[in-house]
Design a binder for this molecule. Structure first.
Ligand SMILES: Nc1ncnc2c1ncn2[C@@H]1O[C@H](COP(=O)(O)OP(=O)(O)OP(=O)(O)O)[C@@H](O)[C@H]1O
Ligand SMILES: [Mg+2]
Length: 356
């Protein structure tokens, strides 16, 4: 069931366009991420849904109701920002109770709800602490509990992990996803970190310059990016320049330096015979050693650089005048290569993406 719907939403600040003709449909209970580079309009989109920013054009509906003109307090939306925003002069308990006290709930009910929220975010026993006595991750848990305790219809998270160190970010990624699942709350998550979006989301909208470029599951966005920009923004990519030889439905055969390989055309993409086409292959999809001679396509290359990283070994392979990075698991059954070794470069036909 569609729960949140943006229809041709735009936001102009003077002459600059922050968001342009945005159409989005978010399902009930979904974990939906807005992913894109700085300044692409993610926070503006979130703020329009929360009611802090008024759209220039278009309509926003929540659960079938037009909320476009409603003030924030009439929308039943909880929002968590990157910089915690918990009150330093209040204990953890009072911080979490704040929204319930404002709603004038009976004291016994407040205590019961705050205790439940504390348990949910794994902070039971911390009720008497102040902000200065908490780590960054703990502060962010309190910020989330403060929002969850008022049981909003929608949870908005605007880069909630960006103030945390790398290790804490990793931990909180899984933790937020699990909480969201167990509460079942419709969540919109804003980030410019592709690994956060891939790890947590049911679906991702990739944005650039105020526009949505592609919407899909993490697998679709990573494995079938609709453009070169998306391919390069999400994950690491090898992009080989070639020429389209032939197109059969979604399969495009491509000439790369005299060798024919194939790639899949993704969402809204078409190729024309003779046109320049880029072939995308992810480093971990490429194999340098294969006993299966039926595997196509195959290019001849030479090892130009070896980067040992413990669990994986990365090779930079020269193919004609182009290069690819290849990531090989460090396993005893896979032979190590040396500099200047000649190799055959393989991948499953499915793993190549053709981008016109
Ligand atoms: N109140 C405002 N007045 C004028 N311009 C604004 C205002 N708010 C945002 N903008 C502009 O709108 C564009 C989108 O901003 P927004 O904050 O939505 O980007 P973002 O994707 O959240 O970026 P970041 O990842 O850096 O937070 C930017 O060019 C920004 O400068
Ligand atoms: Mg922002």
């Amino acid at each position: 069931m569609v729960y949140v719907e943006f229809s041709t939403i735009s936001k102009h600040f003077g002459t600059s366009v922050a968001v342009a003709d945005l159409d989005l449909q978010i399902e009930q209970g979904e974990f939906f991420s807005l992913l894109g580079p700085s300044g692409c309009g993610k926070s503006t989109t979130l703020r329009m849904l929360a009611g802090f920013v008024k759209p220039t054009t278009g309509q926003i509906r929540v659960n079938g109701r037009n909320v476009t003109a409603l003030p924030p307090e009439a929308r039943d939306i909880g929002i968590v920002f990157q910089n915690y925003a918990i009150f330093p002069h209040m204990t953890v308990f009072d911080n979490i109770a704040f929204g319930l006290v404002e709603r004038k709930l009976p004291r016994a009910e407040i205590k019961q709800k705050v205790d439940a929220a504390l348990a949910e975010v794994g902070m039971t026993g911390f009720e008497d602490r102040y902000e200065r006595e908490l780590s960054g991750g703990q502060k962010q848990r309190v910020a989330l509990a403060r929002v969850l305790v008022i049981e909003p219809e929608i949870l908005l998270l605007d880069e909630p992990l960006s103030a945390l160190d790398k290790k804490m970010r990793e931990e909180m990624k899984y933790w937020i996803k699990n909480i969201q699942k167990s509460v079942g709350i419709t969540t919109i998550y804003v980030t410019h970190d592709q690994s956060e979006a891939l790890t947590m989301s049911d679906r991702i909208a990739v944005m650039d310059q105020g526009r949505v470029l592609q919407i899909g599951t993490p697998v679709e966005i990573y494995e079938q990016p609709a453009s070169r920009f998306i391919a390069e923004f999400i994950g690491e990519s090898n992009l080989l320049d070639g020429t389209a030889l032939d197109v059969h439905g979604a399969v495009c055969s491509i000439d790369i330096d005299g060798t024919t390989v194939t790639g899949r055309l993704t969402q809204n993409n078409a190729a024309i015979k003779g046109q320049a086409v880029t072939l995308l292959v992810r480093p971990e999809m490429i194999r340098l050693h294969s006993l299966d001679a039926s595997e196509k396509p195959k290019l001849n290359g030479t090892v130009r650089e070896i980067i040992y990283q413990g669990s994986v070994v990365r090779y930079r392979i020269q193919i004609g005048h182009q290069h690819v990075m290849v990531e090989v698991a460090n396993r005893p059954d896979l032979a190590r290569l040396d500099l200047d070794d000649d190799v055959e470069v393989y991948w499953n036909a499915d793993s190549g993406v053709a981008i016109p």
